[in-house]
Write a new protein. Structure first.
Length: 468
């Protein structure tokens, strides 16, 4: 009897569960029918438009995906002085002057490629490295901060000769998350620890001063005069070091005043910026160089860049001379994207196009173009800079990998019907190496000794022996 009762109990439970499932199914069926009716309604509405209209509208709709920026310098600034406005005889003039200051801030930010992120009353959030991801944004943001301070300090409307308005600025460099806002003036909303640290730096800053974090300090200490200004607690970070920006280093500023960057500053800046420019140019070459450039490819360009720096420092050149050599090396074969035989000339055109976007002085651009043209074969350098780049361009003649590198050049020329058999090529190489002489003392010391070995290896190859 007990067994029957248990059986009936299980059947009852199953029946009840079946009823629950059936009720759920009926509910889902009703929900599905509602969706179908809505779907039909939307299809009827869409039927009024062509496929072209729909596609055009979809393209106009922005995709608002959160973007992670690896290195951004965040500037948090607050204007102070409003407490002193009450009862001031020139209160309206001071407010008008402040409006002019805000307009000037926009110009300064635009000058350095720094983006306005948010304004809340008289508090500003700006960021470098958003409009264009680059390695120089910490320097750009500090230059922005210095010019903002200079602008505010000019607002003197009483007899005290002291600025009425003061600005406190905090800066930190690190990763951030950017959420697109859809607004042209402030396209991103930034979040993350870097924003919080920058705001802490700003709030802990004395009026009229610029505070930067330890991370920013490490990235800009070769450009600016900095002094430790204390520590500040941060969540999960403990105590963070703060540094005060006292201006540009005297030796890198006009008249050693620490206010305006001089040519030496710009040279050091451009040496850092070179890495960003190099990525841009190599990307252009990678996308546009013919596949049959077995020798004059990106690897060769990188080899020459490395070599001009090595030889240049060894020859006692200064930073500006190293910079123009590296830029000339970067562009010297870029002209292959346009033409093979006149690639040096086209390389100078590409260099001018790129460098015009980076505000290089005209005399530097002229030097870079002259160095590119000096690599035209056969090399006939007229000064030390030309000697360095010519030696770097033919560095492979004295290297241990001479044979495989030489073979890539042969394949490249053979593909263009510019050379005969491999034996003819090897004989040409032997004749050229015998006549060739490295120009710089450094290249002679490093490579000249190996050239006789290369001749012997080539002669063995032509004799049918295996080169060692």
């Amino acid at each position: 009897m007990e067994g029957i009762d248990n059986y009936i109990s299980r059947i009852t439970k199953l029946a009840n569960r079946n009823k629950e499932l059936n009720d759920q199914l009926q509910g889902w069926m009703g929900w599905y029918e509602d969706i179908q009716r809505q779907n039909e309604k939307y299809h009827n509405l869409l039927a009024e438009y062509s496929d072209e209209d729909i596609e055009s509208q979809l393209q106009k709709t922005p995709t608002r995906k959160v973007k992670r920026f690896k290195m951004v310098s965040v500037l948090y600034a607050t204007i102070e002085g409003f407490r002193n406005l009450n009862g001031h005889p020139k209160a309206q003039d001071l407010v008008d002057a402040l409006d002019e200051i805000y307009l000037k801030f926009d110009e300064i930010a635009q000058k350095y490629g720094v983006l306005k992120i948010k304004t809340i009353g008289d508090t500003f959030l700006l960021a470098g490295g958003i409009l264009e991801e680059n390695r120089t944004n910490p320097i750009d943001v500090i230059n922005t901060a210095i010019e903002m301070q200079q602008t505010v300090s000019t607002c003197i409307l009483d007899n005290t000769k002291e600025p009425f308005w003061r600005i406190s600025i905090g800066i930190h460099t690190g990763p951030v998350l950017g959420s697109p806002t859809g607004k042209k003036s402030m396209p991103y909303r930034l979040t993350g620890e870097s924003v919080n640290i920058a705001s802490r730096m700003g709030m802990a800053c004395h009026p009229g001063k610029i505070n930067i974090s330890n991370m920013t300090y490490e990235l800009v200490k070769e450009f600016f005069s900095l002094s430790q200004s204390g520590k500040i607690p941060a969540k999960y970070k403990g105590l963070l070091d703060m540094f005060e920006v006292n201006g540009i280093l005297p030796e890198l500023s006009e008249n050693r005043e620490g206010l305006v960057a001089n040519r030496n500053f710009n040279t050091k800046y451009n040496l850092i910026q070179f890495m960003d420019l190099q990525e841009e140019v190599l990307d252009l070459m990678e996308q546009n160089l013919p596949a049959t450039l077995y020798y004059h490819n990106i690897k060769h360009t990188i080899d020459v860049i490395t070599e001009v720096e090595l030889i240049g420092w060894a020859e006692g050149l200064n930073e500006e001379e190293i910079l123009v050599l590296k830029l000339a090396a970067l562009f010297h074969d870029s002209g292959h994207t346009r033409d093979y035989k006149e690639h040096e000339l086209h390389g100078t055109h590409i260099a001018r196009e790129f460098l015009s976007n980076y505000n290089y002085p005209e005399d530097q651009v002229e030097t870079i173009c002259r160095l590119i043209m000096s690599t035209k074969f056969p090399p006939e350098p007229k000064d030390l800079l030309e000697q360095v780049i010519c030696d770097s361009d033919l560095d492979y003649l004295g290297r241990s990998d001479f044979i495989p590198v030489s073979n890539t050049l042969y394949d490249e020329l053979k593909d263009r019907d510019m050379i005969g058999s491999i034996d003819e090529w090897n004989q040409l190489q032997v004749n050229f190496i015998r006549k060739h002489q490295y120009f710089t003392q450094t290249a002679q010391n490093l490579r000249e000794v190996n050239k006789q070995i290369q001749i012997e290896r080539l002669e063995k190859l032509m004799a049918g022996e295996t080169a060692q």
